[in-house]
Structures are given as structure tokens and as C-alpha cells.
Design a protein around this ligand. Structure first.
Ligand code: ME8
Length: 501
């Protein structure tokens, strides 16, 4: 079994999760589930980023110790992931002792490669990004992401020799698929064209962090601490066999505002530490409202927990994967959420499952159709669509074009519904064409089962319920092709997606 290791960012434990965090995590979970369904040995990592000056400040504002504060928030992320059926394999927290060991081992390796030196940093710092900014990157005096004033920092600390990796990184970004999609690769090339500058890798005026060895009044720069989570998650440095099984990561899925850290800092740190590089970084776009990035700082958040309570995890997962081309920005509207729910889930997929289970379970256990009953053009066409579906989903998931994968499955649902209309099984029953009826029912039930199998990574609850009703089993690896004849009892049940106004 080939291993597949994918990650989400670890989210700042400064406030409860919002829909942007849910978006990345849903997407990563869908990929993980697709890959598992295709028989891969998947490891999905998520977690929380719990150190840094911003978290220290917010905890103090709330009258909590930083640890109490991050404990509460890590729990709220886990609760939301449970509600959204996120099948992560490990939830990593940067305040765990295991993570501290990983981050310090990374530090030790950077030091022994000669890439750390003492220097003085003077300039702008955005504590919300936990990032240093050059003057020409600021918008006026404000951070380019949050549009809020940066603080002026001046301190002596450790620097990392990023500049040493300029050529290697340029080749990596230009000549491989390390950064995706294309628009983001160009952005990273733009940063490279300006020339990489060494960066501060420790902080002095921050206490809430991992103490730097032999410098007790300094902590690791929070981004280096955070990036190391991808190593911690798969056992570095303690559990060599897990680490070798999963590292390097196949993909880090991140939002587009953190590509500099993932596409430049991270590979440089790994090169310096003598560790293999992740295969790719995929940066998706922003969820926006009236054109503005949804964020706590902007205050335009949508509560994913409330949306999930109202519509169910499947509906939330479906909408965000279907409505926004993965990689691009997408504006969120309540009306389009309800419209898609009704059109795609209630009418198309929900209806297909209702029809297939009603027809298939009508008055008996479904029999294998008689050998003598030939396949007509409608059956040949349906099977051809199923073959195309398999190819299409394989290619789009590989490219992380998740919206196209969903579109392909929903197109197949449409083809299956059309097959029912063309073959009109209700007429065959009236005409007493029982052999033909068996043949058609077998195809209807199988098309619905196959649609449910492919939908399982996107809408796991409904797809699993549908698969159970149609095949008597949950979706499992190796059943993604059209199989006919000889099945158990088909069971009719209540609608999976009741219509909403
Ligand atoms: O950056 N649209 O954490 P964070 C889409 N701790 N995705 C969004 C989004 C939006 N409006 N808002 C947030 C950090 N996200 C660091 C990461 S990783 C080593 C350390 C998602 O809590 C998106 O994935 O600010 C983005 O990159 C991430 O949340 C930022 O989460």
C-alpha cells in the first residue's frame, strides 16, 4: 500500500474556528477520504499553533494563563472537526512535549549545519501574521494581510541563513511542481526575484514559546516552531519507523497568505536540516464576503458550527467544495448555499437514491438479471459514463481540482437519473417485461451505489447511508467500478436531504 501524507495548516489557538479554517480542513479531509477509498495508506494531520506573542496577549486579555487559553481553543477546534466528520489521524499541538522535542531537534540540526548566526533585527512585525515585513511590503504602515499597524521591533536574536538557499529554491520552484497552483508559483517566483533575505529565527520579547537552547530569554520564532509540526505529526524524531513511512509529506494544503513560509522558509529549513522536502504545497484561495477575506480581524466571520447544526455536515462540506474552484477565491452567500443544497443534494442525489431504493426494494430481493437479457444502448452508455467518472475523479483528485471531482460525480448522478427516465421501469412493470425490468433495476441500483461510493469523501454521512441501503455495506476500497448482478436486499428509507426553503 502506498503511503500518502497530507496536512492542513495548524490554526492559531487565538479564537474559535471560523469558516475559513473549516474550508481548508474539509478539503484536506475529502482528499484523505478519496485516497483511502482508493486503497492508500493515508495520514491526515491537523492541529493548533499555540505559541506566540498574539496568543500570549489574547490570553492575558481574557484573564487566562496562555495554557488554559490554548487548551480551551484546541478543544473547540476538535469539537468542530468532530461535527464536520474530519477523519484526521493526528491532532498536533505545539505545546505538546513531543512537539518541543521535534522543534528542538530541527533547531539542533540548523545549528550544526552552520546556518544560524547572531544578528540584530530592526523593523516591522505583525503579531497577527507573526511575520516580519520589509518596508516596501507594507501598505502605508499597515500589514498587507490584516491592514492593521505593525509594531516596530528592535532586538538581537538568531538569524537563519535563508539567502544561502536562493539558487536551490529557485530551481525547486521553477523546475518542479512544488508550488501549486500556477498563480501561486508565479507569486513565489516574484518573491525569489527580489532576492531572499535571512530572517530572525528567535524572539526575545516573547515568553510564550519554546525556549532556545542555551539562550533562556529567547524563544523559537513561532513560524519555525509551527512548521516543525509537520515533522512532529509523523513521529520525528522519536518514532523513526512512522517517520520513514510517511515523510516526506505528499502535500501541504494551505491558504494563499502563508505561501512564503511554506514555499520558501520551510524547504530551506529542511534542506539545512538534511531532511527530504515535501512533494508539493497547494495554496487555495480565500473565502470572501463582499470581496473581503473572511477573518476574525475583519469581523465578517460565518460560524461553521451554526451552519453545520442547521444543515448538517454533508451540506457544509458539499457547498464549499462544489461552489469554489479549489485554488481560487470565492464569495460566500447564504442564498447560493440553500439553492445548491436543494438542487444538487435534495433533488439530484437524494432523488436518485430514493428512486433506486424504491424501485429496487419494491416487492422482493433484487435478482441477478437473466444472462439472456442483452444490454441495450442505454446500459452501454451508462457504463461508459461510469468508466469516464472513474478516470475523471482519479485525475481531478490528483490535481486537487476538487470542485471538478464533485462536478464529475454530480454529472454522473444526472446521467443516472436520465437513465431512469429513458428506461421508465414503471412502464416495464406494467407491460410485464420482467427480464428487461430486472436488467434495468440492476443498472439503476448500481448507478446509485456507484454515485454514493464516489460521493463518500465529500458527503460521508449521506453517501454511507445510501451505500448501506443499496449494497448493504459502507463504501470500501476496490468498488469504484460498475458491478452488476447478484446483490442483497435493497432498503428504502427516509430522504437523505429533505428540501429546504
Ligand atoms: O496562519 N479563506 O493560522 P491561522 C480560506 N498558524 N481559508 C482561510 C481563511 C479564508 N478567509 N481564513 C483562514 C496560521 N483560512 C498559522 C499556520 S502552519 C505551519 C501555521 C485558513 O489560524 C487557511 O488555510 O491564521 C489559512 O492558511 C489558515 O486558515 C490560517 O489559519
Amino acid at each position: 500500500m502506498t503511503a500518502y501524507y497530507l496536512t492542513t495548516p495548524i490554526y492559531y489557538a487565538n479564537d474559535v474556528p471560523h469558516i475559513g479554517h473549516a474550508y481548508t480542513t474539509i478539503a484536506a479531509d475529502a482528499v484523505a477520504r478519496f485516497r483511502r477509498l482508493h486503497g492508500q495508506d493515508v495520514f491526515l494531520l491537523t492541529g493548533t499553533d499555540e505559541h506566540g506573542v498574539n496568543i500570549e496577549r489574547i490570553a492575558a486579555e481574557r484573564g487566562l494563563s496562555p495554557q488554559q487559553h490554548v487548551d480551551r481553543l484546541a478543544a473547540s477546534f476538535r469539537d468542530l472537526w468532530a461535527q464536520l466528520d474530519i477523519s484526521y489521524d493526528r491532532f498536533v499541538r505545539t505545546t505538546e512535549p513531543a512537539h518541543e522535542r521535534a522543534a528542538l531537534e530541527l533547531w539542533r540540526r540548523l545549528q550544526s549545519s552552520g546556518d544560524l548566526y547572531r544578528g540584530v533585527y530592526e523593523g516591522a512585525y505583525c503579531s497577527r501574521c507573526e511575520a516580519y515585513y520589509q518596508r516596501d511590503e507594507l501598505v502605508g504602515a499597515d500589514c498587507p494581510v490584516h491592514r492593521l499597524p505593525c509594531e516596530q521591533v528592535q532586538e538581537e536574536n538568531w538569524f537563519f541563513r535563508l539567502s544561502r538557499y536562493q539558487d536551490t529554491l529557485e530551481r525547486l520552484v521553477r523546475e518542479t511542481d512544488f508550488v501549486q497552483p500556477e498563480s501561486r508559483r508565479n507569486e513565489v517566483l516574484g518573491v525569489l526575484a527580489q532576492g531572499l533575505r535571512d530572517f530572525s529565527i528567535s524572539r526575545r520579547q516573547v515568553r510564550w514559546g519554546i525556549a532556545v537552547p542555551d539562550a533562556p530569554d529567547e524563544v523559537l520564532y513561532v513560524w519555525v516552531d509551527a512548521l516543525a509540526n509537520y515533522l512532529t505529526g509523523v513521529g520525528f524524531p522519536d518514532d523513526q519507523s512512522t517517520f520513514e513511512r510517511y515523510w516526506p509529506a505528499d502535500v501541504h494544503i494551505v491558504g494563499k497568505e502563508i505561501i512564503r513560509f511554506h514555499c520558501l522558509y520551510w524547504p530551506a529549513l529542511l534542506l539545512s536540516a538534511g531532511l527530504p522536502l515535501p512533494r508539493r504545497v497547494f495554496a487555495h484561495g480565500w473565502l470572501t464576503r463582499e470581496g473581503h477575506k473572511i477573518s476574525k480581524t475583519t469581523g465578517n466571520v460565518i460560524d461553521p458550527a451554526a451552519l453545520t447544526r442547521d444543515f448538517g455536515a454533508d451540506a457544509v462540506r458539499y457547498y464549499f467544495l462544489r461552489a469554489i474552484p479549489f485554488g481560487q477565491d470565492g464569495d460566500i452567500q447564504h442564498a447560493s448555499f440553500v439553492a445548491r443544497y436543494n438542487a444538487d443534494l435534495a433533488n439530484d442525489f437524494g432523488n436518485l437514491v430514493q428512486r433506486a431504493t424504491r424501485l429496487g426494494s419494491r416487492d422482493r430481493c433484487l435478482q441477478p438479471p437473466p444472462e439472456s437479457e442483452p444490454l441495450g444502448p442505454a446500459e452501454e452508455e451508462l457504463r461508459e459514463h461510469a468508466r469516464e467518472l472513474s478516470v475523471r475523479v482519479g485525475a481531478t483528485v490528483e490535481a486537487l481540482a476538487l470542485h471538478e471531482a464533485v462536478t464529475a460525480i454530480s454529472a454522473f448522478v444526472g446521467q443516472a437519473n436520465r437513465y431512469i427516465e429513458i428506461t421508465a421501469p414503471w412502464n416495464l412493470a406494467k407491460q410485464g417485461a420482467s427480464d428487461r425490468l430486472e436488467r434495468v433495476l440492476d443498472h439503476v441500483v448500481e448507478a446509485a451505489r456507484l454515485a454514493a461510493w464516489y460521493y463518500a469523501p465529500i458527503i460521508p454521512r449521506a453517501a454511507t447511508a445510501a451505500h448501506q441501503r443499496l449494497a448493504g455495506t459502507p463504501p470500501s476500497p476496490g468498488h469504484g467500478t460498475f458491478e452488476t448482478g447478484g446483490r442483497g436486499t435493497v432498503v428504502f428509507g427516509p430522504p437523505l436531504f429533505p428540501r429546504r426553503e
